[in-house]
Design a protein. Sequence first.
Lengths: 123, 123
Amino acid sequence: MADHSEAPVTPVEAFEPPYYVAVFTTVRTQDQSGYSETAARMEDLVKDVPGFLGMDHAQTPGGLGITVGYFRDAEALTEWRADPEHRAAQQRGQAQWYETYTLHVAKVERSSGFTRAQRPGPC
Amino acid sequence: MADHSEAPVTPVEAFEPPYYVAVFTTVRTQDQSGYSETAARMEDLVKDVPGFLGMDHAQTPGGLGITVGYFRDAEALTEWRADPEHRAAQQRGQAQWYETYTLHVAKVERSSGFTRAQRPGPC
């Protein structure tokens, strides 16, 4: 479960709506051979899609995984969906890596963010 | 990080669009006292909101947390947003539990799911 470990630990920011989210929730199988390499390749590949804004990923050990992709518009999602390498990875995911998954594609209407203010040190 | 551990390990299903997702991505602080109890209470409370459809949660140890709430319509989200206990929990979250978070509220346009077929045993 070392995949995605290079990602900085900060969530993708709130963009100005409208934009799109693709919420991908998964439960994995026991057989994860090749998964990490493919996930890393997909992370690289999606960055080339015009309109790709970012990606968040969280994985409960032995439990649920959630990946959220952020895209400027529906066209960006369509392009990513049609990518041949991505399609091949999806097929291998169904054949090998995923016990079950759900995908929700949605248009963002409202967004907000919070970041803790730095506390002044003692003086 | 034992919170949410009672949830069954299966993602929320794909509903018939349109419906709403609230995607909440977080990085937590060191001080998590009281968090688990409040998270459990919020999970109970949101179930009473008419139009609440379900919730997914994943937490990378020491990393990103993602919670996705699913709601039938914008009114359900408005009601949950206005809940006094929920608002108090949000305030405590900003004061204590969260280093940073982002919220994306979006209307689902497309959804799909996959569940692995049971393989027949040897015979």
